[in-house]
Design a binder for this molecule. Sequence first.
Ligand code: SF4
Length: 490
Amino acid sequence: MNEIHLSKSKYCRAIQCNKMLWLEKNKPEEKGEMDNQAVLDNGTKVGELAKGIFGNYTNIEYDENLDKMIYDTKEALKESSNIITEASFKYKNNFCSIDILKVNGNSVEIYEVKSSTEIKDIYLDDISYQFYILNKLGYKVTKASIVYINNQYIRHGELNLSELFNIEDVTDIVQEKRKEIEAKIKEINKYMKQEDEPKQEIGMQCFKPYQCQFWKYCTKHLPEHNVFQIRKMHKDKALKFYYEGKINFKDLLEEEMNWKFKQQIEFQEFNYEPHIDKQKIREFMKNLYYPIYFLDFETMQPAIPEFDNSKPYQQIPFQYSLHYIEKENGKLFHKEFLAESGTDPRRKLAEQLVKDIPKDVCVTAYNMMFEKGRIKELAEIFSDLSEHLMNIHDHIQDLMIPFSERMYYCKDMQGSYSIKYVLPALFPNDPELNYHNLPLIHNGGEAMNIFPKIKDMSKEEQKKARYGLLKYCELDTYAMVKVWEKLKEV
Ligand code: SF4
């Protein structure tokens, strides 16, 4: 029996970088962790749902023994199943499972399902690899299509699969790639036989189409403060400096670049005292007045719209924290809302929000475009609350501005104006403001991941998860209060 060397995901990884595949096989312990569980969960749900796009189907169950899947596929084909999902095939050492296979007598159509809202080049490589295997096995493949999410779909009632998914025929492109694939498979097989670690310079392939999980390993030779740490510098620009040998911050001091990049480098290199433009901060602070509210939302982004009047990947707010002070030297109060997992959280959240925030008060958010966007969406679907919601919307001020516009900057912000950098830079070693000290939830990604899962947890786990969410969101707005106090102080 032939050993299986390639699968469609391995083939795609090799398209991005051969070395990635080599390291996966030979140094798997060097692989960094993937930080996007929500993306994976979305992918799984989309894949399952899309199986039903053409109606009834025969599913080939996943089995560690891939030959069993191949056998089951043959049986399903013998039974003249019209639609087979996860149909599995092998040609030499190349294995693939086809998301949806449509069988029409002697010919077949292949459908590759993606949870994204657009077609990326790598998807074409993915489906071309499947097309190649089926062709080599003697199947007549009449069509190859990518099934992906239509982000314009708005759910009303039952999910409408034919509206939720776009299907794009890419047969022509796949036909053109045929020769390329054979050559690529040969190249991969040769590459994977190498015993010594292959030499491969870092490049754009490390970031596109996906951030490579071996980045830390492949850049272990770089100094601590290097060109790739310049916040928001385009990767191609950073790579250009890198190839020119300008890697350390000190090598970059004389280079032409955006003043914000330069500021980050100079503050790091010369250990400058914080830059505080008191005049500009004073001007900014004139926009804030009592009563002052500090608002922060947590949201989830399901690929498949779970509720009426929502689109794929729409940000659905399910929680907020609110601190407020009514007058100068007044007491700090706190209110919060956390929806029941598994229900549409928006109506209750909107109702509570208009109870908790009176009209015409000063509301602050950190990165207000986000909070304003969510409030506007709520106002659009709840016309009876719209006036009050839009009043809140119109009174929002952005506490991020003093940092994004560098009115206040210090070395430890490392070029970032995210509150996760600003806070420890302004209040170093304050355990009360340290996100690492929180129970269970430490960032927005974790909050987004856990909320939809709470409904399936035991009572005890639910309690812990809800407590973790409340504490996390509370710290977000408490951090804003501290930032505002700091700005007042200066
Ligand atoms: S970090 Fe870059 S060079 Fe290293 S394996 Fe990944 S893609 Fe290849």
